[in-house]
Design a protein around this ligand. Structure first.
Ligand SMILES: Cc1cc2nc3c(=O)[nH]c(=O)nc-3n(C[C@H](O)[C@H](O)[C@H](O)COP(=O)(O)OP(=O)(O)OC[C@H]3O[C@@H](n4cnc5c(N)ncnc54)[C@H](O)[C@@H]3O)c2cc1C
Length: 437
């Protein structure tokens, strides 16, 4: 069977939902055969962004930012946007082809072949296939039933199921990035004893300074294990009835484990297009319009490697919700405007955020250069913590980090020059010489 659409969005995550939203905003309701979304997940974009999986308070459920329970949280919604429930897609004529894996793509023929042996043809394709969690496959027990990865709703449900079976149990969280940090906080909040294990000297080492990391590690109250050597290998031993009971570390330390969460990064889902589209930085390379090396194909979200103006046009792949939203919107604007200039060049200011318990931080820009800290890092203060850092590179502010900001304060640092202006103000209000600016 062959079905034809003018526009096809491949993927059912954050970027796909925002691409559909932008399409409808700009063009109005889709006509039959005009726009479809194909995803191998059934509920994903009706339920959650992987990135907002949260376990909050003492709930025995996976919960999300804002305290919304499964399955009421919706992926494709920004703070002020409308909720995109299944009904929304129906009303606006967006055809949903769910539970359908695309197993091959032919860019020259402009077709996709699905697992159900259906061919879908397109005039314009928007690839939003995201990324998959990297597996720690090299050790025994990595596929045991209490080893969890976190990328989609099934993963989250599995993790919650195991948590429920071990109240007051022991978890080993492998990886000190976003997922490790957020999971550790969530597990601790659910009374699970956590040991974080990672090869770097401190958590979130790609973004944080040691001082920032120290604050959140202290806050976490986790029993931490640090490993300073890279390529740490973890041999999971004590497998009983298919379950890991002990995590054995390279230095032979043994950690009790009812549950192991692995958060060691992700790999972009590019396989369908290898050898057909140009690739860079592990993703599908796009230009300033989010257009790939084939003019009919755009790539957005985690799978796309795009030029970041602020970084001198360096091509980057940024795995973040905000980036997924903005690249999706930009690609749709460009795809709908035959004159490429209509969309302008994407000018993305890298923006990351995260929450640890009730606290939350934001970072804008680039953490290049020398870091200068400001604010009160003490945990004992009765006021909510408020502190941050900014990075100075070649005499300019390259990036800024702020914990506990107000919406206005975050807004103020949310532009490249805003980053600079705001940091200068902080500096002068604290009597710091802006020597390097
Ligand atoms: C646990 C976790 C915590 C995170 N925390 C944060 C955070 O605090 N802040 C932040 O900004 N970001 C965070 N992120 C990152 C954020 O979730 C991602 O950047 C975002 O989801 C990317 O959106 P996407 O649409 O590109 O990809 P995804 O949301 O991954 O969507 C990809 C979609 O494509 C589908 N798909 C893939 N291949 C095929 C195929 N062959 N056929 C059909 N369908 C296919 C997938 O099933 C999926 O539906 C986190 C991520 C994780 C996993």
């Amino acid at each position: 069977m062959i079905r034809s659409f003018e526009y096809v969005i491949l993927g059912g995550g954050v970027a796909a939902g925002y691409a559909a939203l932008e399409f409808v905003r700009r063009k109005g309701d889709a006509a039959p055969g005009e726009l479809c979304i194909i995803s191998d997940e059934d509920v994903r974009f009706l339920s959650l962004p992987a990135g907002d999986v949260k376990f909050m308070g003492n709930s025995d459920f996976v919960m999300f930012a804002g305290g919304t329970r499964l399955p009421a949280f919706h992926t494709c919604v920004g703070a002020n946007d409308e909720l995109l429930k299944a009904e929304w897609y129906k009303i606006h004529g967006v055809e949903l082809i769910l539970g359908t894996r695309v197993i091959s793509a032919d860019v020259r023929q402009k077709t996709l072949r699905t697992f159900h042996d259906e061919t879908i043809s397109y005039k314009t394709l928007i690839v939003a296939t995201g990324a998959k969690a990297l597996k720690l496959e090299e050790f025994r027990g990595s596929d045991a039933e209490n080893v969890c990865y976190l990328r989609n709703i099934k993963d989250a449900e599995k993790l919650v199921g195991i948590m429920k079976s071990y109240p007051d149990g022991n978890a080993v969280v492998i990886g000190g990035g976003y997922i490790g940090m957020e999971c550790a906080a969530a597990l601790v909040a659910n009374n699970i004893k956590v040991t974080m294990v990672f090869p770097e000297k401190y958590c979130m080492s790609r973004l944080f300074t040691p001082k920032l990391a120290e604050f959140y590690e202290e806050l976490l109250h986790v029993k931490r294990s640090y490993f300073h050597q890279r390529n740490c290998s973890f041999v999971l031993g004590g497998l009983i009835f298919g379950k890991v009971t002990t995590a054995i570390l390279r230095d032979h330390r043994r950690l009790p484990a009812n549950l192991v969460v692995v958060g060691i990064g992700a790999r972009a889902n590019t396989e369908l297009f290898e050898g057909q589209l140009a690739m860079e930085r592990g993703g599908i390379k796009v230009n300033e319009q989010m257009q790939t090396s084939d003019a009919s194909v755009y790539a957005v979200g985690d799978v796309a490697a795009f030029p970041v103006k602020l970084l001198g046009g360096d091509v980057r792949r940024l795995e973040h919700v905000d980036c997924a939203r903005r690249t999706a919107r930009h690609a749709v604007t460009a795809a709908l405007s035959p004159a490429a200039a209509a969309a302008g060049d994407i000018d993305y200011l890298p923006f990351f955020y995260s929450r640890v318990f009730a606290l939350s931080w934001r970072f804008y820009g680039d953490n290049a250069g020398e870091a200068v800290h400001f604010g009160d890092f003490s945990l004992s203060s009765s006021a909510p913590p408020k502190f941050g850092a900014f990075w100075v590179s070649q005499g300019r502010i390259a990036g800024a980090f702020l914990e506990g900001g107000t919406p206005e304060e975050y807004d103020a640092i949310a532009t490249p020059c805003g980053v600079e202006r705001r940091c200068r103000t902080w500096l002068s209000s604290r009597g710091r010489a802006s020597r390097s600016l």
